[in-house]
Structure formats: structure tokens, C-alpha cells
Design a protein around this ligand. Structure first.
Ligand code: GRF
Length: 202
């Protein structure tokens, strides 16, 4: 069975959506490793609940980013991970990790990229007066929320309640991430130029 790793720094609702989909068989894979750079993050509770092995580290304990990323890549190798899903991992990956796992690392972002990159995407979109919002899954490169777009899904929202909008966007993220992971697992995750599985604005 294909093995997934998830990288997360915080709450972990996307982690849980993926772990639950694997547990109930709607993704034919196993979440084999959670990588977390924030000891104490709530996502670790969720990993315990699903019995997922964790690698938790504090970047300050390493001499450099290359050093902790080497350890991450070694653990991915040792676990036999085929696909890495970033889900609220608040760090840019460096060439150390991209060199070894590039092409097999994807990320989810709560906007219709390339609009609203960064950590405050939902608030910035809301404050811009947008009426169409959405989420994106993309391949990961060395830039912030860059990399080729794999799939997007949008939603119309004309209300003015940001908490409600956030809930809707996170729900959409959970659905899209599960669908994209399934699509990639079916199509082969490491192939270059694989068919576009996007279903924009469904
Ligand atoms: C999500 O909005 C994701 O798109 C972004 O970070 C957030 C993580 O949320 N990259 P959670 O930790 O999965 O609940």
C-alpha cells in the first residue's frame, strides 16, 4: 500500500481529513508519518488518535535548515514514503529536501492561486471584497505558495462573516485534498507531465 507523509505545524484539520479518508478506505493509502516542526501543536493529538508515527522537531535544535531537512528526507526514505502532503506546514522547503523529494511534494492553500499567497490568504481575500474564493493544490517548489497548480475548486460567498467563510473554505480544502491525492495515486505521483486532474470551479 502506498505510504503518505503529511507535514503540518498547527491545527491539523487537513491532516485529519486525509488520515480519516485513509482509515475508512476512501484513499487507498496509509498515512505513515507526520512531520511537525512545532512541539505541542494540536495536529500531534490528531496523529495520536489515528496511531500515526510522528517526527517532531524544533528547528532551533539543528545547526541549519539543511541539517533538519536531511533528517526529514532520511526518515521519508526509511519509511518508504511515496507522496508528501504539506498541510499547514509553515516553512519554505530548501533544495536539500526538494532535491530528494521534488515532484512528490504537494501543498494545499486556501486561495485561488496565484492570488493571495502567504499566511493570511483568507483574510486578505475577504478584505479585498472578493465574491469568489477557493482553494488550490499545487506542486511545491522553493517559492512561497509557488509551483505548478494541480487542481482548484472555487466557491461563491457574498456574506460578511469571516468565521463562516473560513469554515466553508476549510471544508472545501478537505474535499479537494482527498480527491487530488486519489487522482495522483491512480495516475502515479512521480511522473512528469501527468494528466491534469483539475476540476476547476466545480
Ligand atoms: C490550511 O488553510 C491550509 O490551506 C494552509 O494552512 C491551513 C492549515 O489548516 N496551508 P489545518 O492545520 O489543516 O487545519
Amino acid at each position: 500500500m502506498q505510504k503518505l507523509a503529511i507535514f503540518a505545524s498547527g491545527n491539523g484539520s487537513n491532516f485529519e481529513a486525509i488520515a480519516e479518508a485513509c482509515a475508512c478506505g476512501s484513499i487507498p493509502a496509509q498515512v505513515a508519518l507526520l512531520v511537525c516542526d512545532k512541539p505541542g501543536a494540536y495536529v500531534l493529538e490528531r496523529a495520536r488518535k489515528y496511531g500515526v508515527e510522528t517526527f517532531v522537531f524544533n528547528p532551533k535544535d539543528y545547526p541549519s535548515k539543511a541539517a533538519y531537512e536531511k533528517e526529514i528526507a532520511d526518515r521519508l526514505d526509511a519509511t518508504g514514503v511515496g507522496l508528501v502532503c504539506l498541510a499547514g506546514y509553515m516553512r519554505i522547503l530548501s533544495p536539500e529536501l526538494l532535491g530528494r523529494y521534488g515532484g512528490r511534494i504537494i501543498n494545499i492553500h486556501p486561495s485561488l492561486l496565484p492570488a493571495f499567497k502567504g499566511a493570511h490568504a483568507i483574510r486578505e481575500a475577504f478584505e479585498s471584497g472578493a465574491r469568489v474564493y477557493g482553494v488550490t493544490v499545487h506542486r511545491v517548489d522553493e517559492t512561497l505558495d509557488g509551483g505548478a497548480i494541480i487542481a482548484q475548486r472555487g466557491l461563491h460567498y457574498e456574506g460578511r462573516d469571516i468565521a463562516e467563510l473560513e469554515r466553508m473554505i476549510h471544508e472545501l480544502e478537505h474535499e479537494l485534498y482527498v480527491d487530488v491525492i486519489n487522482g495522483l495515486l491512480e495516475g502515479g505521483v512521480s511522473r512528469e507531465g501527468e494528466p491534469d486532474i483539475s476540476d476547476n470551479y466545480k
